[in-house]
Write a protein that binds this ligand. Structure first.
Ligand SMILES: C[S@@+](CC[C@H](N)C(=O)[O-])C[C@H]1O[C@@H](n2cnc3c(N)ncnc32)[C@H](O)[C@@H]1O
Length: 246
């Protein structure tokens, strides 16, 4: 299957999208997800552990990450299982380009976070054959019904213009007995979404109505996002959920 990671967006579309602005968001994500040496460990390891706890990452499994950014999580999973089939989907060309260069094209990325107190680092890439990146909206996925064994997203649901559509799409592409993992801080961008899905018991109800069984629901899933050499950090109060089609 071919999903391009470049489609022509209008100037206005580019400017409006936070995740297309190379200098702030994309560099921040490269620093957070690919440059462990700056922090002494991968800052989002807790999220990755939550995902791998529920994933039988072996054999010819189809795994899909939505809102993959620069591809750290899907890249690690693809690296561990060369015969699986892995897709990272995002709606930002800039994020996907960095992910593709690093994980698939084996390019070395130069990261300069001197404005955060760090020295520059070179991040040598990988050449994974079983990982693809594609540009698409999570609310309208270019995958067939019941084609995926495992679907996950980290810090995406609250970014979506239509979270409900995103959830329904995840369900549509998931195989029977497949699992979905969502980690989200519920830091919604739109006031309607706060009304619709907050507090989290409302989201839980919505998820049941869509037709999911809830296998796990962790309401106090805290993740710290480091900001600089000094050790300042952002604290995200997330929910971690594991879902299956009912
Ligand atoms: C907060 S970042 C999270 C990135 C990464 N998963 C992480 O854990 O840091 C949100 C990502 O979702 C992407 N995104 C936002 N809206 C999207 C949509 N409708 N469909 C697909 N990706 C989207 C953004 O481009 C961005 O890369």
């Amino acid at each position: 299957m071919q999903i391009p990671f470049f489609i022509k967006k209008s100037e206005i579309d580019f400017q409006k999208d936070l995740y297309e602005r190379f200098d702030d968001m994309v560099v921040r994500h490269i620093g957070l997800h690919l440059a462990d040496e700056l922090w002494g460990a991968y800052p989002f390891q807790k999220g990755l552990n939550f995902i791998t706890k529920h994933l039988q990452n072996k054999e010819k499994i189809n795994v899909l990450e939505l809102g993959c950014g620069v591809g750290r999580m899907i890249g690690i999973l693809a690296k561990e299982n060369p015969i699986g089939n892995y897709w990272g989907i995002d709606y930002s060309y800039q994020m996907l380009k960095q992910g593709h260069d690093f994980w698939v094209e084996n390019k070395t990325i130069l990261l300069d976070l001197s404005h955060k107190g760090f020295s520059s680092v070179h991040l040598p890439g990988h050449e994974l054959k079983n990982l693809n990146f594609g540009l698409a909206k999570a609310e309208k996925l270019p995958f067939r019904n019941e084609s995926q064994d495992f679907v996950f997203s980290n810090f995406l649901l609250d970014r979506l213009k239509q979270p409900l559509e995103g959830l329904k799409e995840m369900k549509r592409v998931l195989k029977r007995n497949g699992k979905i993992i969502i980690i989200t801080p519920l830091n919604f961008l739109h006031k309607d979404h706060w009304q619709q899905f907050y507090p989290s018991v409302k989201l839980l109800q919505v998820i049941r109505e869509i037709g999911f069984n809830i296998l796990e629901w962790e309401d106090n899933f805290t993740i710290e996002e480091p900001l600089d050499l000094r050790g300042n950090a952002l604290k995200w109060n997330c929910i971690g959920m594991v879902l299956q089609k009912s």
